[in-house]
Design a protein around this ligand. Structure first.
Ligand code: FE2
Length: 302
């Protein structure tokens, strides 16, 4: 693995396709001053300030961090990394984590507008009680393997998820599956129904008025399979599409090759959205359960 002063870079213990990047204290300390230059409102209102804090972070690595992150996320062999403070201190609060996530995201690309939150990122809770209309906040339900951005017009090359805070959580691990490790990939990819156009809608909370049409499987430039899929939003047009979706869903959920990760507070997972699927296991019931997450989805820099 590459060496960068101030960062511990290792293969993740659970998967050789995931890189673990731990930020040492000396770097975090040096970020506090430049990060204090902008408050959250400024970052939300003035997009260029997000690039300023991204540059602050990259400069502390002699610009090696951005190169490393981009090479991981674009490499089919890996395509995923987890990055976060090596140690959580009192200085690393939720505001710091929003800024750190913003900096990391802007070294990889440009965030998409998140319609659910009305800004370039979304912060949301998973709690014991929930009245929402999607699996995102349903703590006691499995969130099945999926990719993001299936129901929007924007391109979603990558996604970032940061665990801001967590209390009384048991279970709720992140599940990840790389297409090239999926036992049923070839079989389902070769089924012509997967290359038909499907209609994708979304529930009210997502604030997307339109529907989009696209196939589930496509090929990248090197003719390797890519997937765009989530269980809740495709609207099958006929029995063939319905049965295909059921097969796909069963094939994903029964996979023995999922990587199960306990993301620590303060850490972010960043994944290529074309060949990595992600999900979440259900939590053990607890009235005081609370997890706060931050997400950013976006495009690669051109
Ligand atoms: Fe997702």
């Amino acid at each position: 693995m590459e060496k960068i002063q101030g960062f511990d870079i290792l293969k993740h213990e659970k998967s050789k396709r995931i890189v673990s990047i731990k930020i040492q204290d000396e770097i975090l300390e040096k970020l506090i001053f430049p990060f204090n230059k902008f408050d959250i409102t400024t970052l939300e209102y003035k997009p260029f300030t997000r690039f300023t804090i991204a540059k602050n972070l990259d400069d502390l690595s002699d610009n090696k961090l951005s190169k490393l992150m981009n090479s991981i996320i674009k490499d089919r062999e890996t395509g995923c990394f987890i990055i976060g403070p090596k140690k959580i201190t009192s200085k690393i609060d939720d505001i710091f984590l929003v800024k750190l996530s913003t900096a990391i995201a802007h070294l990889i690309g440009i965030p998409n507008y998140d319609s659910m939150a009305g800004k370039y990122y979304a912060r949301f809770y998973v709690k014991h009680e929930d009245r929402s209309d999607s699996y995102l906040r349903k703590a006691y339900k499995n969130m099945d393997l999926h990719t993001d951005g299936t129901y929007v017009k924007e391109i979603t090359d990558w996604l970032l998820m940061t665990k801001i805070e967590e209390k009384n959580a048991e279970g709720g691990e992140t599940t990840m599956l790389h297409l090239d490790n999926w036992e049923h990939c070839k079989d389902l990819f070769n089924n012509p129904i997967g290359k038909q156009n499907f209609i994708w809608g979304s529930p009210k909370s997502k604030n997307i008025e339109y529907k989009v049409e696209h196939p589930i499987f496509s090929l990248d430039k090197k003719r390797r399979p890519q997937i765009s899929y989530i269980d809740q939003f495709p609207e099958p047009k006929n029995m063939d599409q319905g049965i295909f979706l059921q097969k796909l869903s069963d094939g994903l959920e029964e996979s023995k090759n999922k990587t199960i990760i306990k993301l620590s507070v303060g850490s972010s997972i960043i994944a290529n959205n074309y060949f990595w699927l992600h999900g979440r296991k259900s939590f053990k019931e607890n009235k005081n359960l609370s997890r706060e997450l931050l997400r950013i989805r976006g495009k690669f820099l051109q």
